[in-house]
Ligand binder design. Structure first.
Ligand SMILES: Nc1ncnc2c1ncn2[C@@H]1O[C@H](COP(=O)(O)OP(=O)(O)OP(=O)(O)O)[C@@H](O)[C@H]1O
Ligand SMILES: [Mg+2]
Ligand SMILES: [Zn+2]
Length: 507
């Protein structure tokens, strides 16, 4: 007799239905799993057999064949332990209830406990779409599954519990989504950064328009301190952003234990020794990389020149498209990767090149070699370049008077609302996403601004790319100023944020 049990599979961020069939027939005792199982699924065979024994269920002493359908998709990970076990328990008549409207996902420990797995949120969404009414997940993933409305999610701690529940002896309580208390955002506030008015202003513009930023300054100037406070001035995530971000973290296994939704914008700080795969994603069972984990948030690259130059090259495409594609024998995976990049660096190996008080001890060649570790195309993709000078003593010793992040965030939000109105359903979220072909429509300069840009273009020998950056940043500055027309003051400020290429790279 063939019995069936529903489960789910993952391919990138997408999830699909998997059906497990179990056939128990007379013959020599054997246990086979077919349907393209990977090693984890094969190992599942041993775990399930031992878990059953340890929980006092007798393993069928006849020929048992399991088929995981559809057979043409590779099944990955240990999440099939639970549905395989349910199918066997059904075949052996330990479970007799109809489970057609149920689906099961979870890893099973040898003791019979059910262990947490990755990817529960996308699978719960898919289960609901497939018409599944009840989804059984590991107990630690209950909150995550319960995010999805319109499907009952049961957190399962052990297979005893599950069998008791299905046979009506003792009910497992449905999971109810509980929003976690978010860690205190105010712990990292811009008011703690004394002085640095210009750098703060530039970061406010970056937050308002979603622009990438490069911070250059000597050691201890406060670059890392400033960058770490950026998520506190970005607008709150929309519900869609929250779901998308959580899906990525769910698959990557970076959700905190018992977490439901990621409600704060991610702040990722990969170390400069990160590999290409670590940054962009990949591996045999492709996992999202740092750029996808930073989706809807910030990717902070501290000590930019220390990163391997060819590793950084993987950023180029995602910085343009907001997605990353990973080619694998099993297919092409695409993960979202729309992040704001903040990079920080010293100006030279000793750190004091261009320092107002200290002497740089590097040779000219050493400075050049250091700066050239950052490629032109990457620099070109950063809209705002700022110099962070060492903080002045007077600023540092002042007791109060620095603006709090919440006030900055209000202005950022106001500028973002103008942008949402401007772009509506075009798929663009903020000014950083403006395409040069849209300039005529969305970047209208008054006469003075126009003349100023023309003059700067000739005098400073700007490239077409630099021109594009200046237009976008000027658009954001005008939005912060609540001006639909871009004026000379907006243009001149935007030009300043392109001054460092010349000061450092094209000397
Ligand atoms: N403007 C400031 N207000 C208050 N404290 C500051 C300021 N600037 C620097 N500091 C202090 O100096 C420390 C060093 O700053 P931070 O680590 O951000 O420097 P950095 O520019 O990243 O240096 P490095 O190049 O060495 O990484 C901070 O942790 C903070 O305590
Ligand atoms: Mg630092
Ligand atoms: Zn130096």
């Amino acid at each position: 007799m063939v019995v069936k049990c529903n489960s789910l599979g993952l391919f990138g961020l997408k999830s699909y239905a998997v059906e497990i069939e179990a056939d128990l027939s007379r013959g020599v005792a054997a246990f086979e799993i077919v349907g393209l199982p990977d090693t984890a699924v094969k190992e599942s065979r041993d775990r399930v057999r031992i878990a059953m024994k340890n929980c006092g269920f007798e393993f069928p002493a006849s020929r048992l064949v399991l088929n995981l359908a559809p057979a043409d998709i590779k099944k990955e990970g240990p999440l099939y332990d639970l549905p395989i076990l349910v199918a066997i328990l059904k075949a052996a008549r330990y479970i007799t209830v109809n489970t057609d409207d149920c689906a099961f996902i979870g890893e099973v420990a040898l003791s019979g406990d059910v262990r947490p797995i990755n990817g529960v949120l996308p699978m719960a969404i898919a289960a609901k779409e497939q018409g599944i009414k009840k989804l059984f997940v590991p107990s630690h993933n209950g909150n995550e599954g319960a995010v999805v409305k319109g499907i009952e999610v049961y957190p399962v701690a052990s297979i005893y519990e599950l069998v008791d529940h299905l046979s009506g002896r003792r009910q497992i309580e449905k999971a109810v989504y509980v929003q976690e208390i978010s860690p205190d955002l105010s712990a990292l506030d811009f008011s703690q950064v004394k002085g640095q008015a210009e750098a703060k202003r530039a970061l406010e513009i970056a937050a308002a328009g979603g622009h990438n930023v490069l911070l250059i300054g000597s050691p201890g100037a406060g670059k890392s301190m400033l960058a770490k406070r950026m998520t506190g001035i970005l607008p709150a995530m929309t519900f869609e952003e929250t779901i998308e971000t959580t899906k990525i973290h769910s698959i990557a296994g970076t959700l905190k234990k018992g977490a439901g939704l990621v409600t704060q914008r991610p702040f990722r700080t990969p170390h400069h020794t990160v590999t290409k795969i670590g940054l962009s994603g990949g591996g045999t069972n492709p996992k999202p990389g740092e750029i996808s984990l930073a989706h809807n948030g910030i990717l902070f690259l501290d000590e930019l020149p220390e990163f391997n130059r060819s590793t950084l090259e993987v950023l180029r495409q995602p910085l343009e498209d907001g997605t990353v594609s990973i080619a694998r024998a099993t297919g092409n995976y695409t993960y979202p990767a729309r992040f704001m990049m903040i990079a920080a660096m010293n100006p030279c190996p000793c750190g004091f090149y261009n320092h107002p008080k200290k002497e740089c001890s590097c040779t000219d060649t050493a400075v050049r070699r250091y700066l050239n570790k950052v490629s032109g195309p990457l620099l070109d993709r950063i809209d705002i370049h700022i110099e962070v000078p060492p903080v002045e003593y007077d600023d540092l010793s002042r007791k109060s008077g620095e603006e709090e992040s919440s006030l900055i965030r209000e202005r950022v939000n106001r500028a973002r609302r103008i942008q949402l109105n401007r772009f509506q359903d075009s798929g663009i979220l903020c000014n950083a996403g403006i395409d040069a072909s849209m300039f005529d429509k969305v970047c209208v300069l008054d006469e003075k601004a126009d003349a100023m840009l023309k003059k700067a273009f000739d005098k400073l020998n700007l490239t077409a790319r630099a021109y594009d950056r200046i237009m976008k940043v000027a658009r954001t500055i005008a939005d912060l100023d609540q001006s639909e027309i871009i004026r000379a003051a907006h243009i001149s400020e935007a030009i300043q944020y392109r001054a460092l290429d010349r000061k450092y790279w094209n000397r």
